[in-house]
Write a new protein. Sequence first.
Length: 72
Amino acid sequence: MSESNVVMINDSKYVFSDMSEKAQVSYQQLLSLRNQMADLAMKQQQLAAAQSVFEQTLEAELAEQPAEAEVA
């Protein structure tokens, strides 16, 4: 049994090629979903950082000019 052909599922080892086709597809789908979720988490962090930079830039720009009086 090749170690590269062994997968861990719920703390148990399984030989991937011995799994049913449906189990193999489900396993591969789960791996893909986990990768996509990790990518989305990274993208969310990047977007939050970019948002923070633009908020700071806007606040700095607005601090340099007087606010107009509210129109009644």
